[in-house]
Design a protein around this ligand. Structure first.
Ligand code: THU
Length: 133
């Protein structure tokens, strides 16, 4: 993965973050996924008065990509405001294992601090497809 592609995807995630709907937590998150064909799908967190109905930015972006027929997701960028790059929540990690198991995840904060992990690193020993056999 080139540094240029990483920078571009993080910028897309930062733009998507501006559309976050966060009247409850006021914590805005943006995400972007890059597919093998070079297409980008973005997402932001979308909250709900019934808190459990909230959807994280990463899942919004992943569901958009998959619902458009994408099957090969190479990279996921996620960005939020904090001292450290934002780590994806457990539910998003589980969805990543299912829909983007080979992806590189780039976590960022607004100051430009970044961390990179594979999805496998973020969720070792996962319950996945093969567990059901
Ligand atoms: N959030 C995300 O969008 N992604 C994460 O990985 C962590 C949490 C959102 C959900 C909620 O809208 C807000 O951040 C506070 O938890």
């Amino acid at each position: 993965m080139t540094e240029r592609k990483i920078d571009e995807l993080v910028n897309c995630a930062a733009k998507a973050r501006e559309r976050a709907y966060t009247p409850y937590s006021h914590y805005s998150v943006g995400a972007a996924v890059l597919t093998k064909s070079g297409d980008v799908y973005t997402g932001c967190n979308i909250e709900n008065a019934s808190y459990g109905a909230t959807c994280c930015a990463e899942r919004v972006a992943l569901f958009k990509a998959v619902s458009e027929g994408e099957q090969d997701i190479q990279m996921i960028a996620v960005i939020a405001d904090g001292d450290k790059p934002v780590p994806p929540c457990g539910i998003c990690r589980q969805v990543m294992i299912e829909l983007a198991p080979q992806a590189l995840v780039v976590m960022s904060n607004l100051e430009g601090k970044r961390e990179r992990r594979t999805v496998q690193e973020l969720l070792p020993s996962a319950f996945e497809k093969s567990s059901l056999k």
